[in-house]
Write a protein that binds this ligand. Structure first.
Ligand code: CA
Ligand code: CA
Ligand code: CA
Length: 293
């Protein structure tokens, strides 16, 4: 199957490398993120921030740090003291003392009482650091979570191929803000659904119909986010790929929309009739991801 114009990289492995000794998959994200966003991103990929739980894991992490030409050879690991100050542990609660890593001399020193997160450096030593500086980070996924949906080219659960459009879709029932929704789709190797025809609007309407209000977790179940927005409030809705709605192939706004209610509706949703509506980007609503094949 060929990759479509929107596909990036290899969606199948999504950047993960297998570490046989621990039967897990490891990924070094070189795009820096603050620790809370790194944690979320790993979670959205179906994994967690990785920690050097064994010497094999530690060696794999060091090899990845060495192989990537990072300016600073540091990356966040899953070790933190955010729950109990000073008690550093991995994401799954293993205390620092039981991990395969040692503190650098003089660390942890908890500068300004703000160092609740941990980086691994290029020689395998841990340093406590603040959580709000963007840095590269490690995610890992357990082996059983790496089952590849070969039709859709992702390891994420829940994507189904739709013959009417030739794309795969997933409806997310856990509501998120528009930008978090975009991040979730991206983490799964997809993108917020972009409607390219009346037929595709009908497909999304059908998918929405299979997810009634009672199944939506929190948020407003009347709408679902899709991949259009008013890029930083310039007064025109474009797709996430920068096309006008007319170029993309669907301009079916609901009657009297977009109305920019309250002057703060800069993100795009569809309603249950398959029509578009502008709404506030920070509102929690379900969303639909698409993998364009
Ligand atoms: Ca420190
Ligand atoms: Ca599409
Ligand atoms: Ca509106």
């Amino acid at each position: 199957m060929s990759l479509g114009k929107y596909a990036t990289g290899s969606p199948v492995r999504m950047g993960y490398e297998y570490v046989p000794e621990v039967d897990a998959w490891l990924r070094l994200h070189i795009e820096p993120a603050i620790w809370p966003d790194a944690r979320l991103r790993c979670h959205l990929e179906g994994g967690a921030l990785a920690s050097p739980t064994t010497s094999a894991m530690s060696n794999a992490m060091l090899a990845m740090l060495a192989a990537n030409k990072l300016t600073m050879r540091h990356a966040y690991i899953g070790v933190h003291a955010l729950i109990s100050k000073g008690d550093f542990m991995s994401m799954d609660g293993i205390p620092m003392a039981n991990l395969s890593v040692r503190w650098r001399e003089g660390e942890p020193n908890n500068v300004k009482n703000e160092e609740d997160c941990v980086v691994l450096d290029g020689v395998g030593e841990a340093i406590d650091v603040g959580c709000n500086t963007p840095r590269p980070y490690f995610c890992h996924k357990k082996s059983e979570k790496m089952i590849v949906n070969t039709h859709c080219g992702t390891t994420a659960e829940g994507y189904k191929f739709e013959p009417r459009t030739g794309s795969c879709y997933k409806f997310h029932r856990v509501s998120r803000t528009w930008h978090r929704a975009a991040m979730a789709c991206q983490a799964e190797g997809g993108h917020l659904a972009v409607i390219n025809s009346n037929e595709e609007a009908q497909v999304l309407k059908d998918i929405f119909g299979r997810n009634p209000s009672t199944t939506i977790k929190r948020g407003d179940s009347r709408w679902a986010s899709v991949g259009i927005w008013d890029w930083n409030e310039y007064g025109e809705f474009l797709t996430i790929f920068g096309e006008t709605l007319s170029e993309a192939g669907y301009e079916g706004w609901h009657q009297n929309e977009p109305n920019n209610a309250g002057g703060k509706e800069f993100c795009g949703t569809i309603d249950r009739s398959g029509s578009l509506n502008d709404y506030p980007c920070n509102l929690l609503v379900p969303f639909i991801c698409e993998i364009t094949l």
